[in-house]
Ligand binder design. Sequence first.
Ligand code: BG6
Length: 482
Amino acid sequence: MVIFGGGGDLTRRLLVPAIYNLVGAGLLDEGFSIIAVDWSDLDDERLREQLTQTMREFVAKRRASAAALNEENWDWLSQRISFLRGAFDDAKTYQTLSSLCGVGNCVFYLAVAARFFAPIVAQLEAAGLTRETESRFRRVVVEKPFGSDLASAKALNAQLLNVLDESQIYRIDHYLGKETVQNILALRFSNGFFEPLWNRQNIDHVQITAAETVGVEKRGRFYETTGALRDMVPNHIMQLLAMVAMEAPISFDADAVRDEKSKVLAAVHELAPGDVVRGQYTEGSIAGRPMPGYRGEPDVSPDSETETFVAMKLTIDNWRWAGVPFYVRTGKRLTTRKTEIAIHFKSAPYALFRDTPVEQLTPNIMVMQIQPSEGVTMQFSAKVPGPTVKLGGVRMKFDYADWFQEGPSTGYETLIYDCLIGDATLFQRADNVEAGWAVVQPALDAWSDGHSTLHPYAAGKAGPDAADALLARDGRHWLRLN
Ligand code: BG6
């Protein structure tokens, strides 16, 4: 595995720990090795020292039972890591790589800024490194952001496909590495009782929430030109929506799954500018701690117009979902960290309970909790014990931790392993990426023409009031964030 950006943050924080976990699971071959390519001032020894340090911190954060570095596994891996100092645009880097890679299988992992994706791939091709034969594969993993709008995503796909076959390209969306996201398909399609209800006859609407308490941290420069919509919606949110809304694929084969995602994403109506609310956090506090406003964050312009929150209404134009709104909200510095998908079912005909006060009638909601809680809850009405008939809202909860002993995971293990074994099911195909961008493009166009209002919200709130108004106009409201 050749990691471009091998001296960087992603490699240290996620890729190497994930690969270490794969060693622990016994899933790597003897012949496995890593070449970390970067321009930083490192060598084999210093890179290994740095990584050993991060790995010790990484395992220390785990549960007590797994809180020590497994020296044998780490030795096995660290001895296989070497450093290649080189510029990404220098042909010499690729000549050296060519001799290092020899005739073996290679995964080229682009853990670099997006502007390097196409140049690196072009250099790999020029050096003959992307050529596959009967006995060797050559694959390229592309991180996000995959373009910054529909046109740039298409251009990047064209550049990649100019030198690679689609089957060689693994576009990562780290949301698909989450167990709880993968579980959506298991839940829907390995059980008998959800799917018959999963349609416009029984579902009133769906709410998708990806709320964070963190701000932009040290990524001000990146975020200023990105904003919440580009950062989260065409990729992560669209993947969640596709998992919830797609038809059953005929198998777990990569193309069978991605075909179904493509179909449902193509049926999502383009986002009308009037159906999206933009917000930006101002000073506030979270859990009693004062927080600066977005405009006071490092590398952020004091009069920035970048949104840190979006809420929107999406609709899907097919037989299963016509008339069922999918409301989405995502933002930074919100009340609480919570990613979840809430399926709001239509209410029963309340004939028997016509005299029951409305507030006693609990809506039927099934919530798929993606993080940090991991599980599924169902909310419904039950009879309150006592001599009179009175209803009360109750909740039934499945929690992963109660049932399964989860192995240590960064969320990247499955993705890396799947790439090594050539299973692209959890990676995005070119058309999936473009379909995500196509949905949001009309809103991006309207915003670039200056047609948008930026609604402030204090850090620690659930977003701007305008987000509530978006649902209120349909007679609905968001689930509480905390
Ligand atoms: C990244 C975004 O893709 O996803 C970040 O660039 C965001 O801004 C992150 O914080 C959220 O991921 P997770 O796994 O913490 O929900």
